[in-house]
Design a protein around this ligand. Structure first.
Ligand code: ATP
Ligand code: MG
Length: 496
């Protein structure tokens, strides 16, 4: 039988003299020669000629993919994928690259995954060699802040505190996310105005006292919220400012471990506003704000209402003009404010299977072919589809190994039980172990334990050597005893 190799090709176009991609006006002739594209041509065609953020290798090719740092930061980027698909890992890769370029970063880290940026990756060297990188820790460039305390978060370097002196109505309004809060903020406004008239400095306790003087019943809601805020201990006269957090070549991580969600959103709202104002006045260097689990801080309308959505929306739409970039990471694209997602001109998409999330992603991708959803569903682990305003078409990239340690590794719920170890001993043990004999001594497990576990697993274990010998010894002893008994007890044949 004759075999034919058939390939399906799509015409991308050709570059004209100005470097623009144009579709050829005349069709190819049957029998035209086909050439293998070299690296240069592929780079040119895909628009991968510039870029300094090394993110990985083009899938199926030996070509490094570098994204453009300025484009990535100024024009924002999103990392979207279902849980466990490698969003935080990829976020870490980009953060490493930006730190190498001394871009200041402020990272909102709900699960405390980014503190490990401090330590070099201790994975197998082959994984790093494959991508031509060396392990590196960023301890000198990373500071971890906790809005909680050192007991809840012993790994943190510093405490994160908000200014508790002379709080304005605007500051506290962020506590009241919903519309019903109108008359509550009225009471606050009155109390704070009075305090401002009377003294130069006042604390939250003074505000609570003043609100308490109000005659309406609504005041109790206000007092309750102020008290709750006071109890968190987040307010201090030694506040952390954006000037402390945003520094050249430095990443500040706000590790939200142990902080209640309302307070987390308030912190993001406050930091976002301060950062935006500071950038407008050029008081801090151009930087990037990284929001992990963004669906919690800027949810899509109808899902939730948070105090941080508005400022994040403002940063997404106006941050570019002021050199304030946004990186949005989420496992639920459908639940992230779509105004924010649509402003991200680089989208890094990893495996997604939820139909709503797929729709939310594909809606945001303009002029994409119809099978993009199918492509996203089929992405392999560690591979991302990258769509960017300056890359000609979506590319598939194998995300490179991290230089620093990844902190979001999955935690096994069920530890490998030792009976599994017995059933499937590692290769080097298999050589010396036949069946389960002697496994107890190899694994330093007592024979009783093996028996107990085997009974639970309904397996008949072979006893170890000592046990067998012991049994045989006992058997022999018993037989000898029986024999002796037999001799003694044997009745003499009766003589007739
Ligand atoms: N490019 C990669 N190379 C090697 N390992 C990877 C890569 N991407 C992801 N992983 C591995 O996959 C696991 C999950 O990755 P990650 O923590 O980034 O998932 P996630 O999408 O952030 O999940 P979640 O939504 O739960 O936060 C990690 O333990 C990591 O080691
Ligand atoms: Mg994650």
């Amino acid at each position: 039988m004759e075999e034919h190799v058939i390939a399906e090709a799509t015409v991308i176009g050709s570059r004209d003299r100005d470097g623009k991609l144009t579709i050829p006006k005349s069709p190819f002739s049957p029998g035209d020669k086909v050439f293998k594209a070299d690296e240069n041509l592929i780079r040119q065609m895909l628009g991968l000629t510039r870029g300094d953020v090394y993110i990985g290798m083009l899938d199926g090719q030996d070509i490094k993919v570098n994204l453009d740092a300025n484009n990535l930061v100024q024009k924002h980027c999103s990392i979207l994928a279902k849980t466990g698909s490698g969003k935080s890992y990829t976020g870490g890769v980009i953060i490493e690259e930006l730190l190498d370029k001394d871009v200041p970063l402020l990272i909102i880290d709900p699960h405390g995954e980014y503190a490990t940026l401090k330590y070099p990756n201790d994975d197998k060297p082959e994984a790093l060699q494959r991508f031509g990188i060396e392990p590196r820790g960023y301890a000198d460039k990373v500071t971890v802040y906790t809005p909680a305390n050192k007991t809840l978060n012993p790994g943190a370097d510093k405490l994160f505190r908000l200014n508790g002196i002379n709080l304005s109505t605007k500051d506290l309004r962020q506590l009241f996310p919903d519309e019903r809060a109108q008359n509550q903020s009225g009471i606050l406004f009155e109390a704070i105005s009075k305090l401002k008239e009377e003294r130069d400095t006042y604390t939250i306790d003074d505000i609570i006292y003043e609100v308490g003087q109000d005659k309406s019943k609504v005041k109790w809601n206000v007092i309750n919220m102020l008290e709750s805020l006071n109890e968190t201990g987040i307010l201090s006269d030694n506040a952390t400012t954006v000037y402390d957090l945003v520094r050249e070549g430095h990443a500040s991580i706000i590790d939200m471990k142990g902080v209640n969600p309302d307070l987390q959103q308030m912190i993001v709202a406050k930091l976002g506003s301060e950062l935006f104002e500071a950038r407008k006045l050029n008081e801090v260097p151009p930087c990037m704000l990284v929001i992990e689990e963004a669906h919690n801080y800027c949810p899509e309308k109808g899902f939730d209402k948070t105090v941080s959505t508005d400022i994040l929306r403002t940063i997404a739409s106006e941050g570019r003009k002021f050199g304030l970039g946004l990186m949005v990471v989420s496992q639920r694209p459908a639940r992230v404010d779509k105004n924010i997602l649509s402003q991200c001109s680089t989208q890094i998409i990893m495996k997604v299977t939820n139909p709503n999330d797929l729709k939310a992603i594909s809606k945001g991708l303009e002029n994409m072919s119809s099978n993009v959803e199918e492509d996203i569903k089929r992405l392999s682990p560690g591979v991302a589809m990258i769509v960017s305003n300056y890359i000609e078409r979506p590319i598939h990239v194998i995300i490179r190994t991290r230089k620093s340690k990844h902190g979001g590794a999955s935690v096994p719920v069920v530890q490998t039980s030792f009976i599994e170890k017995i059933r499937d001993p590692p290769a080097e043990r298999k050589k010396t172990v036949t069946g389960m004999r002697g496994i107890g001594s190899l694994l330093k497990i007592k024979p009783e334990e093996i028996k107990k576990a085997a009974k639970k697993e309904k397996i008949e274990p072979l006893e170890n050597k000592e046990e067998i010998e012991e049994k045989e010894r006992k058997k022999e002893l018993l037989e000898t005893k029986n024999k002796q008994k037999g001799h003694k007890g044997q009745k003499e044949p009766k003589e007739n």
